[in-house]
Design a protein around this ligand. Structure first.
Ligand SMILES: NC(=O)c1ccc[n+]([C@@H]2O[C@H](COP(=O)([O-])OP(=O)(O)OC[C@H]3O[C@@H](n4cnc5c(N)ncnc54)[C@H](OP(=O)(O)O)[C@@H]3O)[C@@H](O)[C@H]2O)c1
Length: 300
């Protein structure tokens, strides 16, 4: 049976992976207490001891603004830990699956970013994630890097959807940035996509599902403002308690944050779709699915 070591099991994507991956093999999930990614020797020891066939790294330092002040910690988790995983994976000929981000790009494009486009991260988080990617590419041939974006889920840590629902239940008016464009993506869909890549790899081999970098987000695009409007419209239909009356579009300049973000970070999914023959679900359909799940979880 295929042995899979999964990190980040308390995170949004990690929690979903812990379930979706059971169709592929035996999942050995580890949390921060069991494997601290700031400790490279722990990574080496765990991988040498467990000897997984596949390592899936769903753990990361994901606090984009905080990273500007905690660059050492962000670098340790997002840049050094993936490198240690790649070295350890190489020693036992395991495959390393790693998740990365749209924030490796600077957002000056006006068309979706393909996998091989020039990167230029604007902040510490993006820089640390890019170093993680390049480290893996240099060290371990048997890798899949899945770049994703604007992640939200009903399980795990906080996210934009949960923040909007909370603020929308407290306030009548909200201002949301309308000049940053991306693709909101449901954590569950990312877990399914990773599971499809991994199982496809095992069944059909490298020729059908080549190793390398893949973009994956939900289909379509939106601004944070569009996303907020969709959240409130769909949440209202599902009976969430909301006070919100008005959402006003503002610019990035109106809402300064410690980290600069790309103004356009839509990722092209052509490679994923061609390789797997699967189109990612449309973002608004996935949002409805997530809200339906979240409504059930929170109304009990
Ligand atoms: N969130 C987004 O919008 C977004 C966008 C693009 C790409 N991504 C990428 O997608 C992947 C999954 O993101 P996510 O949203 O699921 O992340 P998340 O919900 O923030 O979860 C991060 C996970 O990493 C773990 N972790 C953090 N520091 C650790 C350490 N020192 N040792 C061990 N584990 C540690 C966390 O454990 P604790 O619970 O103990 O903190 C948690 O399980 C990441 O690679 C991220 O960079 C995310």
């Amino acid at each position: 049976m295929t042995k899979i070591l999964l990190t980040g099991i308390t995170g949004q994507v990690g929690q979903e992976l812990q379930e979706t991956l059971t169709s592929v093999g035996e999942v050995i999930g580890v949390n921060r207490q069991q494997l601290d990614l700031t400790q490279p020797e722990q990574i080496h020891n765990a991988i040498a001891e467990i000897k997984p066939d596949i390592i899936i790294n769903a753990a990361a330092y994901t606090a984009v603004d905080k990273a500007e002040k905690e660059s050492e910690l962000a670098m340790a988790i997002n840049a050094n830990a993936p490198k240690a995983m790649a070295e350890a994976a190489n020693k036992i000929s395991a495959t390393l699956v790693h998740i990365s981000t749209d924030y490796v790009f600077d957002g000056t494009n006006h068309t979706p970013y393909t996998e091989d486009e020039v990167t230029n991260p604007l902040g510490v988080y993006g820089k640390s994630k890019l170093l993680g990617e390049t480290g893996i590419r240099q060290i371990c041939d048997r890798h899949i890097i899945l770049r994703t974006a604007w992640v939200y889920g009903s399980r795990g840590h906080g996210n934009f959807v949960k923040t909007m629902l909370r603020l929308g239940s407290q306030r009548e008016e909200l201002r949301v940035v309308a000049d940053q464009i991306g693709s909101p993506t449901w954590a569950y869909d990312i877990a399914v996509a990773i599971t499809q890549l991994v199982s496809g790899q095992l069944e059909k081999g490298d020729a059908a599902i080549p190793m390398g970098t893949y973009n994956y987000t939900n289909s379509g695009l939106a601004s944070w403002y569009d996303f907020a409007i969709a959240i409130f419209t769909e949440a209202q239909k599902l009976g969430f308690p909301l006070k919100i009356q008005q959402v006003l579009p503002i610019t990035t300049a109106d809402y300064p944050t410690p980290a600069q973000r790309p103004s356009y970070s839509v990722l092209s999914k052509v490679k994923f779709t061609k390789t797997l023959g699967i189109n990612p679900p449309y973002w608004r359909d996935s949002l409805i699915e997530m809200l339906t799940q979240w409504r059930t979880l929170t109304s009990n």
